[in-house]
Ligand binder design. Structure first.
Ligand code: ZN
Length: 385
């Protein structure tokens, strides 16, 4: 799983001495075959090698980049590309012994960049769309903790599991003794909840968890919640009435996925509803490919929303980046335009390059009626002639 620490390490990485190779790979096996993935990478490597001939690197830099390419080729040869990973982003800087892999559950546009700086912006735009969910199962003596992020689950129970206090031994079942024993057990339960709450708060900070799902017996959960930090309580999105510790990891995973999808869907629908209202009032919003394209060509997209699995070939001017649905000579600079496999990918790239955000939304929302694409804009779009 992609950890918060990994992302921190990436954001902070810089090499003074060596270029970094950033690879974005479309590995959606519904659209491309494993052979195609390898062929595409090979072609991109060849193109970069030819360009590098005109910008000679020093000996050590050249060796580092060569090693980066070799590692990438080895990676696509051995990687199994499971279906849930629609794309991969890989960064390599062999001279600094740096190598990071990000499996991505959504579309990624192929790109291979060799540059002193990491080409990180498209990855950050993707990561921006995902939240970290923690699933916490408790009862009076035990606790289980899972984190789920970008479709991958990881268990943290070993970091928090208490040394379970043994059964409370006592003599006699009656009178004062019984009361004392009861208080004793109750004290242990409260201590357990307090301890779990403290560790959860630390884990949340360390791993940057965004939302929480609690699981346990419905009469017991409020007793536990009393001890939770306010910050966590505000981020509980669901309470699951369940027999503690009876679910295997797959069932937990499914529950988090379902909760996450419902939670996000509600959010999308609200945003899309707002977008449609704004667009109808001619405010800073665009709906449908034509209007969004116009906005993209002006660097006017603040937040782009695209329905998953949308795609359409189009054209781009390689001189100035102008995008069009039909093949023309670029109206900005007069250069003949190039055919692109997917205009939607180009609009995403354009948005990210102009520092806008983008969200991939599930199909079947109101956005479907507008060709699956819409955007909030920075300034009001000029009226069409
Ligand atoms: Zn142009």
């Amino acid at each position: 799983m992609v950890t918060f620490q990994q992302i921190q390490e990436l954001v902070n990485f810089r090499s003074e001495a060596f270029p970094v190779v950033s690879a974005y790979l479309n590995t959606d096996l519904r659209r491309v075959s494993k052979d195609q993935i390898r062929i595409t990478l090979k072609a991109m490597i060849k193109a970069r090698q030819e360009e590098l001939r005109d910008h000679p690197l020093n000996h050590r830099q050249e060796a580092s980049v060569k090693e980066d390419f070799k590692k990438l080729e080895a990676f696509v040869t051995t990687e199994l590309f499971p279906e849930e990973n629609r794309g991969y982003v890989v960064f390599s800087c062999s001279g600094e012994d740096f190598w990071q892999v990000y499996p991505i559950p959504q579309r990624v546009k192929n790109a291979l960049i060799v540059d002193p700086d990491i080409y990180i912006r498209p990855l950050l735009a993707i990561l921006n769309q995902f939240h970290r969910f923690a699933f916490v199962v408790v009862d009076q003596r035990r606790v289980q903790v899972f984190e789920m992020y970008m479709g991958k689950i990881e268990e943290y129970t070993h970091l928090i599991s208490p040394a379970v206090p043994g059964k409370v031994r006592y003599a006699g079942w009656y009178g004062l003794e019984e009361k004392r024993v009861h208080r004793h057990i109750e004290h242990h339960v409260q201590e357990h909840y307090k301890r779990v709450s403290n560790i959860l708060f630390q884990l949340m900070n360390r791993h940057q968890w965004d939302y929480f799902i609690l699981g346990g017996q419905s009469h017991e959960l409020p007793r536990f919640e009393k001890h939770l930090h306010r910050y966590i309580v505000d981020r509980i999105v669901k309470r699951v009435d369940m027999e503690p510790f009876s679910w295997d990891v797959n069932r937990i995973k499914k529950e988090v996925l379902d909760t996450e999808q419902r939670f996000m869907r509600k959010r999308w629908e609200k945003m899309i509803g707002w977008l449609i209202t704004e667009a109808k009032k001619d405010h800073k919003a665009a709906l449908g490919l034509k209007s969004v394209l116009q906005a993209a060509n002006m660097g006017n997209i603040r937040l782009l929303m695209i329905e998953e699995d949308r795609g359409l070939p189009g054209y781009e001017c390689f001189e100035c980046g102008y995008l069009a649905i039909r093949n023309t000579v670029c109206p900005i600079c007069g250069t003949p335009m190039q055919r692109m496999d997917d205009l939607f990918d180009e609009i995403i790239e354009n948005t990210v390059n102009f520092n806008g955000d983008y969200y991939q939304v599930p199909s079947g929302t109101m956005l479907s009626e507008y060709g699956g694409i819409g955007a909030f804009l920075r300034f009001e779009a000029p009226k069409e002639a």
